[in-house]
Design a protein around this ligand. Structure first.
Ligand code: SF4
Length: 345
């Protein structure tokens, strides 16, 4: 089934819009300035457990998706999100912030959100970054502000305009200040890192999916560890501002599950004839080299770019594609119960 936007009569709260999916409606929830408070995260776990099917996905735009809702539950969802303050202030929820951003970058994010034009389109996206190994500056955004040693660098529609001070950066981003200085450093994109990172802990989940109980338990661990919030990232990893122990999360950057993408597959998606995620876990245990994509069908929802190995479900078997995408031609077929023979021949 298509994930195209879905109009539900009389229901269009803030930026939260339900979309159809193989397991019911899914609802994308965007955090304020890249972070959920612990109360919000606890409330979202509760919503997923009571109104959805308990499954929660982390997205590559640093949002969270609650799955498996029925249309009849949408008014209750609306009320619950409103109580958590997650229907308010759409602009605050359009600003992606580097997961380990310090106070200067976070203050800039708030200033940017407040200055966002009222007529900005719903998909207008901004990001604020302050460099370092977990920089998100490589992500797409209509407006990006990067705190650098020169000052705040301003990027609009992919083009770096120059650098200014923090006070004028937001005006510069919205074209209200024209004189920008030359940049002497170019911001460099970072990448996902997990485990203990200074005062933070980075946590990932296999295939970007966690369940309501896992999120609930994470919040309890955060409270115990003295954390104040859960930050999201475009790498589908969560960052907590304390040293937390959380079971079921991946904290090792070398975990083979991190190199495998798998869509929900069967039985969650009606287009699938194979249990992609169970098979992906079996592949992870085989410690194959390179990137791997296990797709329930040729649509390739979990990954659009080429992987070293792609398995594409077709009538209960997998087509094997080397260095390609789920849409490319398979060179051979393999039965799910014979994956260990993948490297033969
Ligand atoms: S790629 Fe996976 S999730 Fe997407 S339509 Fe096919 S089976 Fe469903």
């Amino acid at each position: 089934m298509s994930l195209a936007a879905f109009d539900i009569k009389g229901w269009c709260p803030g930026g939260v819009r339900p979309m159809p999916s193989g397991d019911g409606l899914l609802v994308r929830v965007r955090p304020w300035y890249g972070a959920f408070t612990l109360d919000q995260a606890r409330g979202l776990a509760e919503i997923a457990a009571t109104l959805g099917n308990g499954h929660i996905d982390l997205t590559r735009r640093a949002n969270l998706q609650i799955r498996g809702l029925r249309e009849a539950r949408l008014p209750a969802l609306h009320e619950a999100l409103d109580r958590l303050g997650l229907l308010e202030d759409e602009a605050a929820r359009n600003v992606m912030v580097a997961p380990l951003a310090g106070p200067a970058a976070r203050a800039l994010a708030v200033a940017l959100g407040r200055a966002m034009p009222a007529d900005a389109p719903p998909k207008f996206g901004c990001l604020v970054d302050d460099g370092g190994p977990l920089s998100i500056i490589g992500e797409r955004a209509d407006v990006a502000l990067a705190v650098t040693r020169d000052g705040v660098a301003v990027r609009v529609e992919g083009e770096w305009l120059g650098v200014t001070d923090a006070e004028h950066a937001v005006d510069a981003a919205f074209g209200r200040q024209r004189s920008l200085a030359k940049m002497t450093v170019m911001p460099t994109p970072g990448h996902r890192q997990l485990g203990r990172l200074g005062g933070f802990t980075g946590l990932a989940v296999p295939f970007g999916r966690l369940d309501a109980q896992q999120l609930h338990d994470l919040v309890a661990s955060c409270v115990k560890a003295g954390a104040s919030e859960i930050r999201l990232s475009p790498w589908r990893a969560l960052y907590v501002d304390a040293a937390v122990e959380a079971s079921g999360f991946i904290v090792d950057d070398d975990d083979p599950l991190l190199r495998i993408e798998a869509c929900p597959g069967s039985p969650a998606c009606t287009s699938a004839s194979v249990d992609t995620r169970t098979d992906a876990r079996r592949l992870a245990a085989m410690h194959l080299a390179g990137t791997i994509h296990v797709s329930g069908c040729a649509k390739g929802c979990a990954r659009s770019t080429a992987a070293n190995l792609t398995l594409v479900g077709l009538e209960g078997r997998y087509g094997v594609v080397r260095n390609g995408t789920a849409r490319d031609r398979a060179t051979r077929m393999v039965e799910p119960n014979a994956l260990e023979h993948l490297l033969d021949g």
